[in-house]
Design a protein around this ligand. Structure first.
Ligand code: FAQ
Length: 311
């Protein structure tokens, strides 16, 4: 009976076990997971663009090979995540349509332009650093296919973070101009990186329910704090200053105090008015249209195989 199904679902969540695609789940749980996983997948795919912008300008063959591998990993992450979303009864085609019609979101961070080579290192250091902080707890998400996808993704993200940091260390040990380039880039990316964790807890409509369901394991502010605490010593080691006059160690809390991100900027960026929103979506739309013939050919081939199997 429906009551028994709901009871079984609640018991599975309470026992911290996984919900699998064939299990009964409340419609709102399914919807919220589709929302989050689709946004996450779209972020990986749109996230290829800012770095792709530097593939032809990487300063050495070694840096170019590394960057190419990273961007390809992001495509792979997008694919696992779309596959995880498909286990909830949606298809990738439909999700892609929603992305290019602006009916689903992707991470705010990818709406900022990559203006210097240092941005590539800073994206690895701060953006992948924030991504790891947010995603490691998702490896314990109550929905099995999402949790399992996140395990592999996190391993690759930690390699991405290290390559970014290593590339910045090379610049930090270089010329004065290179050090200035790292500082200038850090100044631009610091606050947007903090915004990746989402609105402050008091303004986050989804957190409470997502935590009750074991989708999220920590609030947005908890993870933002964890990221700041992890990043400050790394900034010191690099010799860069984080652009926040309120940043200081708080002995009582055993954590860093830090300033408030500009939430009006965050709201503008997630509602389509960020510096690169239009460009990112236009590019994604064009790529999707240019791929139409591939999808048609694949469909024709599948139909032919099916007809043969029947005959
Ligand atoms: N950008 O109630 P909450 C990567 C939306 S890492 C855009 O707090 P929730 C790796 C939120 O969706 C980036 N929108 O929502 C990489 C909701 O809108 P909705 C991707 C945001 O879900 C690195 C509304 O605001 N990572 O790609 C943002 O509980 C380098 C209210 O917010 C993930 O997606 C934002 N920053 O918490 C790739 C991680 N923040 O849906 C390439 C998985 C909030 O009601 C290069 N996602 N919103 O219309 C999550 O952990 C959560 O969904 C949060 C938001 C924490 C992002």
């Amino acid at each position: 009976s429906p009551a028994e199904l709901e009871e079984r679902f609640d018991a599975t969540i309470a026992a911290d076990q996984r919900i699998e695609p064939r299990d009964w789940m409340p419609e709102a749980y399914r919807k919220s997971l589709i929302r989050q996983i689709a946004q996450h997948a779209h972020s990986e795919i749109i996230g290829m663009q800012p770095e792709g912008n530097w593939l032809l300008r990487a300063p050495s063959l070694r840096r170019k090979a590394i960057l190419l591998a990273k961007v390809q990993d992001e495509a792979g992450h997008g694919m696992y995540l779309y596959a995880a979303a498909e286990t909830l009864g949606v298809d990738r085609e439909e999700l892609t349509e929603k992305l290019i019609d602006s009916r689903q979101k992707y991470s705010s961070i990818f709406n900022y332009p990559t203006l210097s080579w240092a941005d590539i290192g800073v994206i690895g250091w701060l953006v992948d650093g924030a991504a790891i902080c947010n995603q490691v707890p998702l490896c314990r998400c109550s929905y099995g296919p999402y949790a399992r996808a996140m395990i592999r993704i996190c391993k690759e993200e930690s390699f991405h973070q290290r390559q970014g940091y290593e590339s910045l260390l090379a610049l930090a040990n270089g010329t004065e101009a290179q050090r200035e380039m790292v500082q200038e880039s850090t100044n631009r990316w610091w606050w947007p990186s903090l915004m990746m964790f989402g609105p402050a807890d008091g303004d986050s409509p989804n957190t409470r329910q997502s935590m009750e369901w074991g989708i999220k394991r920590h609030t947005n502010d908890e993870l933002r704090q964890r990221f700041v605490d992890m990043t400050v010593p790394q900034a010191e080691a690099l010799g860069v200053t984080l652009p926040d006059p309120d940043l200081r160690w708080n002995d009582e809390r055993g954590a860093y105090d830090f300033g408030e991100p500009d939430w009006s900027e965050f709201k503008a960026v997630i509602s389509g008015a960020g510096p690169a929103n239009r460009q990112r979506l236009a590019h994604r739309r064009r790529a999707h249209e240019n791929g139409a013939w591939v999808r048609e050919a694949a469909r024709a081939y599948a139909d032919k195989q099916a007809a043969r199997a029947e005959a």
